[in-house]
Write a protein that binds this ligand. Sequence first.
Ligand code: DX5
Ligand code: ZN
Length: 218
Amino acid sequence: TRPLLISPSILAADFARLGEEVRAIDAAGADYIHIDVMDGHFVPNISFGTPIMDSIRSVTKKPFDVHLMIAPVDPYLESFAKAGADIITVHAEAGPHLDRTLQAIRAMGKKAGVSLNPATPASVLKHVMDRLDLILVMSVNPGFGGQSFIPAMLEKISEIRDMVGGRDIDIEVDGGVTRHNAGDIVRAGANVLVAGSAIFKTKDYAAEIRAIRAAATS
Ligand code: DX5
Ligand code: ZN
């Protein structure tokens, strides 16, 4: 079984103190730093881009798990790679040539991920499976933190787990993840949990990460 990884989303951090927040989440036991990039076009909200990533790249050695909610995405892949992304995840819906996009990410030496909106079927992954390092199952409609987990996504996670089989691919779940549903999500087959509000809206980040990990592995 694959190691369980926690990827706190800095979308829920205090941007006025972003460097400190990233340092704190690193010290609290984050495995990855989840970076939500929104363009106000693919999703109905704007977050931040590469200048912010550049600023925090020197603050932590933890891998940058970059979730691009932008379309078109292809023209920007190189700048996200240069800004320190380790994993670059694009939406299956963000361009006409997903296979080409995934090849471009790997050609830059980065891990390639695909994200699926809640209504997008798992079947879009079928013919790109061998180009993937990570599958990101959105468990809310992307655009905002603090939304509720959509329970129907548990079945989709299981379906994707079966499709992945023995391949070296992480299954990540993003949206409304808490210590209360982490167990179900991991039992369904996920091994990377994104959490924004659940972690950043508490005082003790380390305690919350421990609680999510404990719930996920019990
Ligand atoms: C939503 C983003 C998520 C979001 C998760 O579009 O992709 O990563 O920040 O936030 P919570 O954990 O608060 O649902
Ligand atoms: Zn995300």
